[in-house]
Design a binder for this molecule. Structure first.
Ligand code: SME
Length: 160
């Protein structure tokens, strides 16, 4: 199903990634299964990543959800680290150099840059999508635009 992804990169590949995600969300209602597959799809269509996954808000704390990469810290307080900052501010947080981000929580020492995008359910933060790269400044304007669209799709799906 996904064999040809290597042939496309940049915006063209990201457009395919977005349409694959839309199809997945239209075809299946299970949240955990969809988040797991979306993480895998991001990993396939975006290169130079070392960790992709979700933290889900449970009892006021972010708890590790479906992910790809090395085992990671399980609980993150709202306001802590890049994930907790994105959840507290309800904003996309892009970190070009995680070593310069005060309070960054290092789960994989290979990570050098990171993007965290909140996803919402009925206006509340449902969780965050967290993506790490071994490359500094991996998440430029194009990645921010595309991943914001992807997070919006997840929020729309969660509204159903
Ligand atoms: N770096 C994140 C923690 C999660 S790991 O990157 C998977 C943070 O500072 O919140």
């Amino acid at each position: 199903m996904f064999e040809h992804r290597q042939a496309v990169s940049g915006r063209e590949g990201y457009d395919i990634m977005l349409s694959v995600v839309s199809d997945m969300l239209a075809d299946e209602n299970d949240v955990c299964a969809n988040l797991a597959n979306i993480g895998a799809v991001i990993n396939m269509y975006m290169d130079r990543l070392n960790w992709v996954g979700f933290y889900i808000m449970k009892d006021g704390e972010l708890v590790l959800g479906p992910f790809q990469g090395k085992p990671a810290c399980v609980r993150i307080k709202v306001g802590s680290g890049v994930c907790g900052t994105a959840a507290a501010r309800r904003e996309v947080v892009v970190v070009d150099d995680v070593h310069q981000f005060e309070g960054h929580i290092a789960c994989d020492s290979a990570s050098n840059s990171e993007i965290v995008l909140p996803v919402y359910q009925h206006g509340q933060v449902y969780g965050v999508l967290d993506i790490d790269s071994p490359e500094f400044s991996r998440f430029g304007e194009l990645e921010q635009e595309v991943l914001t669209k992807l997070a919006d799709k997840i929020s729309s799906f969660l509204r159903k």
